[in-house]
Every structure is written in structure tokens, then in C-alpha cells.
Design a protein around this ligand. Structure first.
Ligand code: FAD
Length: 432
């Protein structure tokens, strides 16, 4: 029997477990460890609550969790409750699928002022992440500025723009729904350092903005190259640019504006004790397609600033780390130690991009330890003994299901569930 530990229960962790299960069948036990008693990482805490069809990918992961050879072990933080060396002693291979939860910093003066928050924090707040339950983003001013030109920036803008009614059928948490309902924000400016041809926004997410109840997107056609320059673009990007151009035709007749400000690089955040404006430098494209400052600056009023410029992984003691992720070669960090997903590649791609990572690493493991070969590691039994000796109380699959049932039972009308937003609440639900 082989024993494998997959650390992290987001998409990358589940695809890896699925691949190992397929490769080894009854000859392996696969333990998926997570720091929380509920799984799915950013599917629960990142993907927008009004995109329920995307969250449904978790049904595939449910099937993996129900397989005979797979165990979910929650409430265990690797690096704090158990070390990598200990896991390597207990398991034949350890695969890190810990994601990239930390917001990248802007690196400009004033970014620590009150009212400047990272998208990871904001998204965690409206999705019920326990670390951000008390974030209380300032929504009582009229101007929000979102820095970034990708889908996360669009998620943040859309959530700020929607009416209470438009959240019907979503699983946005109650505290966020109430606060957003009382929000005074009327102008949401999205700052992109480069132009419309350089966005990382996808057509579906952009298209939604044209159909909001109380908000309308706004662009300046002067930021766009001539129409014929769209022709050679890759089809997805061309579609995104076409949608962006189409915003120029929309009547500006709704109470909230979503202003796309391209070629705009934040150079400073200013305010007396809290954010009041972002100072932006106008840019142009350089020869390599990067953003070059022109020296012209202007101020964008801001009562709230959300940065959506990428994420980095949490380091774990004794695991080589550089550039915001674990140092690895095609997923391999060291003997019997691997990384997958955002912890391996950094924060890029869609949910599905994590699948090949998991399968590739499972193949490498299977080459090093062919199915049918034997190991003498203790796996979950040894891990549980070790955790018990430290007073750490792991949770299991049944505990997770109990929490989920309780969340579903607590759901408001029109919501699939009311997620618990405190770690204590999860533990109380399972009688700890
Ligand atoms: C705001 C946002 C919206 C997104 N929306 C979409 C979308 O609409 N469509 C799409 O295709 N993609 C979307 N993505 C991308 C998608 O969520 C990622 O590709 C995917 O979640 C990355 O998977 P992962 O398993 O590497 O990391 P994660 O999903 O972050 O999972 C990491 C897991 O590891 C656990 N963990 C971390 N550290 C430890 C530790 N030390 N010990 C134990 N457990 C640990 C965490 O609790 C978590 O469960 C979005 C991302 C963000 C940030």
C-alpha cells in the first residue's frame, strides 16, 4: 500500500487526488489535507457568488472525495501543525496544492492607507472567508477605484455594482449583501496600466456588465487603436475588445457608472488618514508592449481602492520559495515532494488549467513508485497520532458534510446556502 498526502483541497488538490486514484486504484490511500474543515479553496472563497454554474465544478470533486481510497482531513495547517519533514516521513509522496492566497502589493506610496484593500480580502469578505469576516470595506463614499485589468477586477466591480435583487440565487454571505445594499458607491473606475488590446478580461465576464440593472460601463474610444487593428488578435481577446468597444453605444442612463480608464498607472495613493484619491500617470505602449510612463499625471477620486494585481503563495518552512511560489521543475520540488496548481505556476489560468498539473505530477509519482509496488509508511494513522499528541483536532468527510447540511438548512430565501463565516462556527456545528 502507498500513502500520499495532497496538501490543499482546491481544484489542484482534487485533480491530483483524482489522478492518483486512477493510477493506483486500491493500492493507495490518498489523504487531502486542508487548513479548514470545509474544502474547495477558491471555489468556495474566490469564485464570485453570482457565478453558481462555475461553482458547480465542485460536484466533480465530491465524487473524488467519495472514492474509497480518498480521505479528507481538515483543520490541519501544514507548516504549523505538522512539518513537511514529518509528512515526508509518514507518506510516500507529498503534493503541495496550497494555492496563492496573498494579495501582491502595488509598491507605491500610500497603499497602506485605510480604505485600500486587496482583492483577495474583498473577495474573501463577500464569500465568507473567516480571515476577512471583519474586513468591513468602506462603502459609504461615492468612488471606488479597482486596480487591475483581469477578471478578478471585473468580479469586484460587478459585485459593487449589483442590486440586492441581482444577487438572488447567489451564495453571497449575509453581511456582505446588507453592506452592499447600503453602499453609496456610484462611480467604479477600473484602472488598467496598458490598453484594451492588453486586457486579461474574458468575453463572458465583460458581456455581463452591459446588462446590469443599476450600472452601465463606460469607455473612451480614444483609448482604442483603429478598428482594423483588432483583426490579428487571438479570437477570445478580439471578442473581449469588441465587447469593450460596444460599451460606447450604451445609454448612460443608470445611477452607477463603471469607467474603464486605460493607459493609467497608479503612482501614489493620497488622503488624510484614509484614501481620498489615486494619482495616476498616463502611459503609452513601449516597443515590447509594456507600459511606459508619459510624465502626465492626474487624480482619480477614491473613497475605496481595491487592488487586483495578482497573488502569491504562503511560504512553508523548509520548502524552497521564490517569486511568489514554490521553486519546482515541472512540479517536482525535491525527492517525493511536489507542487501543483497556483502553488506551482503562480496565479494564472482558469479552474481547468489546474487539471493537467495534477495529472502530470501523478504520472511522475507513478513512474517513481509504480502501482503495485509496496511502501511501509504509516499514512493517516501516523498523522492522526502525531496531531493528537499536539492537541490538534483534525476533521473528516462526515464533519464537512454536517457543516454543509447546516449551511444549506440556514439558507436565506433565494440563496443556495448561508455560509458560516467564522472558524468557531464551523467547529461548533460539528460539536468541537
Ligand atoms: C477572486 C477569484 C475569482 C476566480 N474566478 C474564477 C472563475 O470564475 N473561473 C475560473 O475558471 N477560475 C477562477 N479563478 C481561478 C481559480 O480559482 C484558481 O485557478 C484555482 O482555485 C487555483 O486552485 P489551487 O488548488 O491551486 O488553489 P486554491 O483554490 O487556492 O486552493 C488552495 C487550498 O489550499 C489550502 N491551504 C493553503 N495553505 C495550506 C496549508 N499550509 N495547510 C493546509 N491547507 C492549506 C487552502 O485552504 C485551500 O483550500 C478565480 C480566482 C480568484 C482569486
Amino acid at each position: 500500500m502507498r500513502h500520499f498526502a495532497v496538501v490543499g483541497s482546491g481544484p489542484a488538490g482534487f485533480y491530483t487526488a483524482e489522478a492518483l486514484e486512477k493510477a493506483y486504484g486500491a493500492n493507495a490511500r490518498i489523504d487531502i489535507l486542508d487548513r479548514y474543515p470545509v474544502p474547495y479553496g477558491l471555489i468556495r472563497f474566490g469564485v464570485a457568488p453570482d457565478h453558481q454554474s462555475l461553482k458547480a465544478v465542485s460536484k466533480r470533486y465530491d465524487k473524488v472525495a467519495e472514492s474509497a481510497g480518498v480521505n479528507f482531513i481538515g483543520n490541519v495547517m501544514v507548516g504549523r501543525d505538522v512539518s513537511i519533514a514529518e509528512l515526508l516521513d509518514l507518506y510516500d509522496a507529498v503534493i503541495l496544492a496550497t494555492g496563492a492566497p496573498h494579495d501582491r502589493k502595488l509598491g507605491v506610496p500610500g497603499e497602506d492607507l485605510a480604505g485600500v484593500i486587496g482583492s483577495g480580502e474583498f473577495v474573501g469578505w463577500y464569500n465568507g472567508h473567516p480571515e476577512y469576516a471583519d474586513l468591513d470595506p468602506f462603502l459609504l463614499g461615492s468612488n471606488a477605484v479597482i486596480i487591475g485589468a483581469g477578471n478578478v477586477a471585473l468580479d469586484c466591480a460587478r459585485i459593487l455594482a449589483k442590486t440586492r435583487h441581482e444577487f438572488e440565487g447567489s451564495d453571497i454571505v449575509g453581511h456582505a449583501l446588507d453592506a452592499l445594499d447600503n453602499s453609496a458607491i456610484r462611480t467604479i473606475t477600473i484602472l488598467g496600466r496598458r490598453g484594451p488590446h492588453q486586457v486579461a478580461m474574458t468575453p463572458k465576464e465583460l458581456g455581463e456588465l452591459g446588462h446590469l440593472e443599476a450600472a452601465v460601463p463606460e469607455i473612451d474610444l480614444g483609448d482604442f487603436p483603429p478598428l482594423e487593428a483588432d483583426e490579428p488578435l487571438e479570437p477570445g481577446l478580439r471578442k473581449s475588445v469588441t465587447i469593450l468597444r460596444s460599451f460606447a453605444q450604451l445609454p448612460q442612463n443608470k445611477p452607477k457608472r463603471m469607467v474603464f480608464d486605460f493607459f493609467a498607472k497608479p503612482v501614489r495613493v493620497e488622503g488624510d488618514g484614509r484614501v481620498e484619491r489615486v494619482i495616476v500617470e498616463r502611459t503609452e505602449l513601449d516597443e515590447k508592449g509594456g507600459a511606459r510612463g508619459t510624465g502626465e499625471t492626474y487624480a482619480v477620486p477614491a473613497s475605496l481602492v481595491i487592488t487586483a494585481i495578482g497573488y502569491s503563495t504562503s511560504p512553508i518552512p523548509d520548502v524552497p520559495f521564490a517569486g511568489g511560489k514554490f521553486v519546482n521543475e515541472q512540479g517536482r520540488i525535491a525527492d517525493r515532494l511536489y507542487a501543483v496548481g497556483w502553488a506551482r505556476r503562480g496565479p494564472t489560468g482558469t479552474i481547468g488549467t489546474n487539471r493537467p498539473d495534477g495529472y502530470e505530477v501523478a504520472d511522475q509519482v507513478a513512474v517513481a513508485m509504480p502501482a503495485g509496488s509496496c511502501g511501509d509508511r504509516q499514512g493517516a494513522e501516523g498523522l492522526k497520532r502525531l496531531l493528537q499528541s499536539r492537541g490538534v483536532m483534525p476533521t473528516d468527510y462526515d464533519d464537512w458534510r454536517k457543516i454543509e447540511q447546516s449551511e444549506t438548512a440556514n439558507a436565506r430565501a433565494g440563496s443556495p446556502r448561508e455560509k458560516f463565516v467564522r472558524h468557531e462556527h464551523w467547529l461548533q456545528t460539528i460539536g468541537r
